[in-house]
Design a protein around this ligand. Structure first.
Ligand code: NOJ
Length: 580
């Protein structure tokens, strides 16, 4: 295994230096200024995550499918989506709803066929929408033929494709490592008297990435889908590919987690340096294909320094590591958002930021940031952060209509095993995976089945696509409007980002600067439940006019021209304006 220590040392020094300099950086030093021409598509794309089980059912079985997605492409086009990330649709026992894969090169019959998939790719292409697949390299299903072979005997050729170890005594696992989904990460296998390792469920044994044949097979999977025309991959749990070969125990932390296990620092099972060797190999592979395939990393990193490493030392790893720091702010804190936006904007790798607030593992933005009384307005505010900074934005299906988290109220209704193991402290992820709400009819237009796989939330009558299409002030129309502005205005599409009014703790404000020929865009977001009046002094940013021109305000502003020295914002008010 190649480990370039000197490279890491230099990269480390660069990171430390860049963060030390952060507060002194000025707009002219912004690393992302106006590089629109010749940019790869993913820099300006709006990416939309689809949980296929819940998007659209085309055959009336209560489960969404690929033909369902195809039938909704026009909706996505109208919304302004450039690419769809589809969570796993491969054959799977569905213990982890597709993240336990038993064949990487086929489609699960409950979602359709390979022909349906090819049809989706070609119909999407007609609308200039790209398809991004989910690549799950860390683990397979325990029903994958590779694992069935591996567990069959000590000397099976695939034994070493997974992580098998002896216990430390009768009934004692090899060490204290814990599964992310609760309890020991080791499961004993009677037949061969050894334990296998699984970072996630018992049914998701980890592949051994130190075995070259595993790498070869998993890289073959990438080629299989690239050859079918996909535009890239969202890489699942990539930071967990390697574990300490010496099996050191993880440090125990105070307290118990939702599963009743001691809290633990997953020190020896994630972010090992070899992860970067794999990321470089994967990048080289996708770079061999036309049209800049993208690698989006589920880089669930604890801080910006670790996140930045995912770009590689020479733009040679992930193009778009997901920014979990921003996704997890979990409160409307202006200083916190400003700090994180600055950090990622000025990241020393010059990597393109990638933002999201909701996904299939995370409760939805509408109720996570909503304070009860202004949730619709706050949804618009969150949409504005997502769509008006420099980052590539990712939406999660339904967030554009203000879908909320609808958590099961009885353990017997829970589908996600996490919710059954963690009940009642952790009720699992069903709440953010409920069917898409298309209209007010039966099953909200998602299905014609008697019963859908997860129930239709009660909010579907009021919050659905059909209702919101008719309401000019709906969350849906707000998303459409901001996406359209992002597309039309050079400043929003590719302008440099710079925070303004940096001492204001209530209003988050920033400029997107387009350069000499186009106006800059000012974004102001009141993160409080009270009205606020803000004064902007923008002369230091090359702005000579004393007023701004409103492009979009929510709630609506009476006037289109406002004096920069006195801008009024309603509770949780949003303003997007041009300034010259
Ligand atoms: C992350 C995925 O987003 C999550 O849904 C899944 O359960 C785990 N990885 C395991 O694949």
């Amino acid at each position: 295994m190649r480990t370039n220590w000197l490279g890491w040392f230099v990269a480390g020094c660069a990171i430390v230096l860049a963060f030390a300099l952060l507060p002194t950086l000025t707009r002219s030093q912004s690393p992302h200024s106006n590089h629109a021409l010749g940019d790869p598509w993913w820099k300006h794309a709006v990416i939309y995550e689809i949980y296929p089980r819940s998007f659209q059912d085309s055959d009336g079985d209560g489960i969404g499918d690929i033909n369902g997605i195809t039938s909704r492409l026009d909706y996505l086009k109208e919304l302004g989506v450039d690419a769809i990330w589809i969570t796993p649709v491969y054959p799977s026992p569905q213990v982890d709803f597709g993240y336990d894969i038993s064949n990487y090169e086929a489609i699960d019959p409950q979602y359709g066929t390979l022909a349906d998939f090819d049809h989706l790719v070609s119909e999407a292409k007609k609308r200039n929408i790209r398809i991004i697949m989910d690549w799950v390299p860390n683990h397979t299903s325990d029903q994958h033929p590779w694992f069935l072979e591996s567990r069959s005997s000590h000397n099976n050729p695939k034994r070493d494709w997974y992580i098998w170890r002896d216990g430390t005594g009768p009934g004692q696992p090899p060490n204290n490592w814990q599964s992310w989904f609760g309890h020991s990460a080791w499961t004993y296998d009677e037949k061969t008297g050894q334990w296998y390792y699984h970072y996630f469920y018992v049914q998701q044994p980890d592949l051994n990435w130190r075995n070259p044949e595993v790498r070869k097979a998993m890289y073959g999977v990438l080629r299989f889908w690239l050859d079918r025309g996909v535009a890239g991959f969202r890489m699942d749990a990539v930071s967990r590919l390697f574990e300490d070969p010496n099996l050191h125990d993880d440090p125990i932390l105070p307290g118990l987690n939702a599963f009743g296990d001691p809290n633990i620092e997953h020190k020896y099972t994630q972010d090992l340096p070899e992860v970067h060797d794999v990321l470089r190999e994967v990048r080289e592979l996708v770079d061999g294909y036309p049209d800049n395939p993208v690698l989006i990393g589920e880089a669930d990193e604890p801080n910006i320094q670790d996140l930045v490493k995912m770009y590689g030392s020479n733009d040679d790893e992930e193009q778009l590591p997901m920014d979990f720091q921003l996704a997890d702010v979990n409160k409307l804190s202006v200083p916190e958002f400003r700090r994180l936006l600055d950090e990622i904007e000025f990241n020393p790798a010059l990597g393109q930021p990638y933002f999201f607030f909701s996904n299939h593992d995370q409760s939805r933005t509408w109720d996570r940031y909503g304070e009860g009384a202004h949730n619709d307005q706050i949804a618009k505010l969150m949409a504005t952060i997502l769509l008006t900074t420099h980052a590539t934005p990712q939406l999660y299906y339904g967030e554009e209509i203000g879908m909320r988290t609808t958590t099961p109220t009885r353990i017997e209704d829970v589908k996600d095993p996490v919710g059954r193991t963690g009940w009642p402290k952790d009720k699992g992820r069903d709440g953010e995976r409920t069917p898409m709400q298309w209209n007010s009819s039966h099953d909200a237009g998602f299905s014609t089945a008697e019963k859908t796989w997860l129930p239709i939330p009660p909010s579907a009558d009021r919050y659905n696509v059909a209702v919101e299409q008719r309401d000019p002030d709906s969350i849906l129309n707000f998303y459409k409007h901001v996406i359209a502005l992002r597309r039309q205005l050079t400043a929003l599409r590719s302008g440099a980002y710079v925070a303004v009014n940096r001492d204001d703790e209530d209003v988050l404000a920033y400029l997107r600067e387009a350069g000499q020929d186009s106006p800059s865009v000012l974004v102001a977001l009141n993160m409080t439940a009270e009205p606020r009046t803000v004064s902007f002094k923008l002369n230091g940013f090359g702005i000579s006019a004393n007023s701004l021109t409103v492009l979009l305000a929510s709630p609506k502003q009476g006037k289109t021209e406002l004096p920069l020295k006195e801008v009024q914002l309603d509770p949780f008010g949003v303003l997007i304006a041009t300034v010259k």
